[in-house]
Write a protein that binds this ligand. Structure first.
Ligand SMILES: [Fe+2]
Ligand SMILES: [Fe+2]
Length: 140
């Protein structure tokens, strides 16, 4: 049994973002547990769900705070999508190595992304409108 991609420990407290992370986790689970012939289909579904989620994450932040995702956050989204493409290419040569890349390096990158970039984004969303912590208007 493969360890889930996102466990309860990765819940950030934003229902939409957490639900989308869980859905990505389900697609990932199928991709890392399937047989050779199913891998391209599951990988395509995973990549599509991630691309949709990344757009949605930026949209939620913009609507709530008027801010854009920072350069590093966007770069990590791009790197995760690129890694999916790399897995698809590797599949042509060695499907087990491709699945292993998805199970290990990809999973580590996603988990690291959630507890850094996404956590900061959720904090920004949840504190929108409260003023900066050192804002004299809110600390007087
Ligand atoms: Fe993100
Ligand atoms: Fe995310």
């Amino acid at each position: 049994m493969v360890r889930p991609l996102v466990t309860q420990n990765f819940c950030l407290g934003h229902p939409v973002i957490d639900t989308e992370h869980a859905a990505i986790g389900q697609y990932w689970q199928q991709a890392v547990s399937c047989e050779r012939l199913q891998l391209p289909l599951h990988l395509a579904r995973l990549k599509k769900a991630m691309a949709r989620h990344f757009d949605h994450e930026a949209e939620i932040l913009a609507q709530t705070t008027g801010m854009s995702l920072c350069t590093r956050h966007r770069a990590e989204h791009g790197a995760l999508l690129d890694l999916c493409s790399e897995v698809a290419l590797l599949y042509e040569q060695d499907w087990r190595k491709a699945q292993s890349l998805l199970r290990n390096r990809f999973a580590a990158m996603v988990r690291e992304h959630i507890i850094s970039m996404d956590l900061c984004t959720v904090l920004l969303i949840q504190t929108a409108g409260e003023g900066a912590p050192c804002d004299p208007a809110t600390t007087a």
